[in-house]
Design a binder for this molecule. Structure first.
Ligand SMILES: [Zn+2]
Length: 204
């Protein structure tokens, strides 16, 4: 979520990479029941997967910091605060795995510091359940979509989440956001999509 009301989505293919290595490990486990060779192969592919994901996070962090340099700051969810909340882990379902998320955040933090970009951590409570336009309660409305029962606002849950995180960060920085400054079109929240390997836009 950018301050000018735009949304950016970066396609990382992380899930495909993870699934690919999962299948590979399963095959090895089936073929070799025990022994040194089995352990070696599993370790080899485990390391390869970690390296690929690490590389991915660095590329992703570079792009995020590059985008943020224009605006001077990055807002991230503070994932340490409500570690034990069941509701929270349900909200995290379908997003990146928590460990990956923390890892990615620390890379972003590090790279942002090098570029003099501020990083702020916000409390993630209600970022997926309250309407960023009017503060009303959101309910699921189809696949990945949330709808406000108060004003009718409707958007992808990632758009809602990132928007609320930005609003929380602005509040922490003492910036007031007048409601009329939000783009008021309904349901047209199409993020600009970037492909991680080329970093070219796919649409928008
Ligand atoms: Zn609303």
């Amino acid at each position: 979520s950018l301050p000018d009301g735009e949304f950016v989505q970066i396609i990382t293919h992380e899930r495909e990479i993870r699934t690919g290595y999962f299948v590979k490990r399963r095959k090895i486990q089936k073929k070799l029941r025990t022994g040194k060779r089995r352990r070696e192969l599993l370790e080899k592919f485990g390391e390869r997967e970690r390296n690929r994901l690490n590389d991915l996070y660095h590329k992703l962090a570079n792009k995020i910091v590059e985008l943020a340099e224009k605006y001077g700051g990055i807002a991230l969810e503070d994932l340490t605060e409500i570690r034990n909340s069941i509701r929270y882990s349900a909200e995290m379902n379908g997003r990146l795995h928590r460990w990956s998320f923390r890892k990615l955040q620390s890379i972003i933090e590090y790279k942002a510091k090098l570029k003099g970009v501020k990083v702020v951590f916000v409390n993630p409570a209600h970022t997926s359940s309250l309407c960023p336009v009017c503060g009303g309660k959101l309910s699921p409305n189809g696949c990945r979509v949330l709808k406000c029962s108060n004003c009718g606002f409707k958007a992808d849950r990632d758009v809602v989440g990132s928007w609320n995180i930005r609003l929380k960060a602005l509040k922490m920085w003492g910036v007031t956001v007048p409601p009329e400054s939000q783009p008021m079109k309904m349901g047209g929240w199409k993020p600009t999509r970037y492909e991680i390997n080329t970093l070219h836009t796919i649409n928008g």
